[in-house]
Design a protein around this ligand. Structure first.
Ligand SMILES: [Cu+2]
Length: 334
């Protein structure tokens, strides 16, 4: 029995190792990307942008193929089945946790249990083992199968709770506020600090092809934000529940009528990041995409100017800081 157990352990370990090396780490929903040739179309857009720069120094950024958008199975089968590349610190943390902790643990446990099933079926069937053992207790095995799962759960819980806490981090007082409002069936973006309000509708197939963007993700007016600084993203809705979700920014938050949800977002690098409404909200739920364009601060200022808004003055920012401080001072008394 001891020998057989040792042999089985070796077999299971070898199988685990084999599968771990081949296993594709991720399974996620692959969205159907547009069929247009992004690369060619993007070049056209860039050329057009260079030829006719808009007043104020802002020109819409051409999306980078494969960045901030789903990848088609035909282009890259593996990438099309995984999470999108991440462009926020939280996203990178979560993706690493998935790739290097959760998938290996899940794979190992599944293979271990599968191996045990095979072992029992082969070694202890009626023919191979006509006189079954009457063992009812084995203290050592019982201690192991209690302690090992506890250790596995603790090992998962620590980074998991860390990630949860990071996602609840409150934005600093000087974060730029953007309120995303879900409507049936489009998004509105309000910038209360800048007096800007835009409405964002999906482009139709010809329009998105012309602008070199993926159809059903491209919009007429993007949510333009500065890169590398904290953003206070607030979500709400005007009619039914929507959800503001951008996979490559690790951001998904319900937009609920009569309620203001808030989460901090810091985007690592400039780019166009696409998302979709992610709460069934009616007939055109699938046709209210989100496009976030992260640009350097000067570009953002130029964009605000083209929208007829203005950057908040130094006093306004100081006022916001002071208000926040007095609020946090008042809190313990209340
Ligand atoms: Cu919706």
């Amino acid at each position: 029995m001891g020998q057989a157990f040792a042999r089985m352990k070796f077999g299971v370990l070898a199988m685990m190792a084999a599968v771990l090396t081949v296993a594709s780490p991720q399974m996620a929903i692959a969205q159907d990307a547009a069929e247009a040739d992004f690369a060619a179309a993007a070049q056209v857009t860039e050329a057009a942008a260079e030829a006719a720069p808009e007043a104020g120094g802002y020109t819409p950024m051409a999306p980078t193929p494969g960045k901030g958008m789903p990848v088609h199975f035909d282009d890259d089968p593996v990438q099309s089945m995984t999470f999108q590349d991440q462009y926020t610190a939280d996203g990178a943390y979560a993706l690493a946790m998935h790739d290097w902790l959760l998938m290996p643990v899940i794979t190992a446990i599944s293979l271990f249990v599968l191996g045990l099933l095979f072992y029992v079926g082969i070694r202890f069937n009626r023919r191979a083992n006509p006189v079954p053992s009457k063992t009812t207790h084995n203290t050592l095995i019982e201690v192991i199968w209690t302690i090992v799962p506890v250790i596995i759960l603790v090992v998962i819980a620590v980074p998991s709770i860390t990630l949860l806490a990071r996602q609840y981090e409150t934005p600093p007082a000087d974060a730029i506020t953007i309120k995303a409002v879900g409507y049936q069936w489009y998004w509105g973006y309000e910038y209360p600090d800048h007096d800007v309000e835009i409405i964002s509708n999906m482009l139709d197939e010809e329009e998105s092809q012309a602008s070199g963007e993926p159809f059903q993700l491209a919009v007429d007016n993007r949510m333009v934000v500065p890169v590398g600084v904290p953003l206070r993203i607030q979500t709400t809705a005007a009619d039914v529940i929507h959800a503001f979700a951008v996979p490559s920014l690790w951001f998904k938050q319900d937009a609920v009528p009569g309620r203001l949800n808030e989460r901090m977002l810091v985007i690592d690098e400039p780019g166009v990041y696409y998302g979709q409404c992610s709460e069934l909200c009616g007939a055109l739920h699938g046709f209210m995409p989100i496009a976030v364009e992260a640009v350097p601060m000067e570009q953002f200022e130029a964009w605000v100017a083209t929208q007829g808004g203005s950057m908040p003055s130094a006093e306004e920012v100081a006022d916001a800081d002071a208000a926040e401080e007095s609020e946090s001072e008042a809190e313990p008394a209340a």
